[in-house]
Design a protein around this ligand. Structure first.
Ligand code: FES
Length: 106
């Protein structure tokens, strides 16, 4: 039986430096993913899994991250403050509004 309730996917896709699309790997997304994974582990959370992913199709907004099944998309700046806030939001199962990739229109 699968006891994982949530998956946090962080794009670590790498492209050639000449590719106009750019890529999340060039923004050090693997480091960011590792820090999020560490935060979840340090809190003893076993039913939320942080994984690497391939391109999530929104390269210009990267570092791209999506949480399923919630459908929350983040743009994660490779800055300690942002990584900390997003880590906390994952652990507390809240939304880090400042980093939402797609803001709701009101
Ligand atoms: S390279 Fe990360 S979303 Fe496309």
């Amino acid at each position: 039986m699968n006891s994982i309730r949530k998956h946090v996917f962080v794009c670590v896709n790498e492209r050639d430096g000449n590719n106009p699309k750019g890529c999340c790997a060039s923004k050090k997304s693997l480091e960011v993913m590792t820090q999020l994974k560490k935060a979840v582990k340090e809190h003893g959370i076993k039913d939320i899994r942080v994984n690497k992913s391939g391109c999530l199709g929104c390269c210009e907004n990267g570092i791209s991250c999506v949480i399923y099944p919630d459908g929350i998309w983040y743009t994660i700046p490779n800055e300690q403050k942002a990584i900390l806030e997003i880590s906390e939001s994952i652990v507390k199962e809240e939304i880090a509004n400042d980093y939402l990739m797609y803001k709701k229109k009101v």
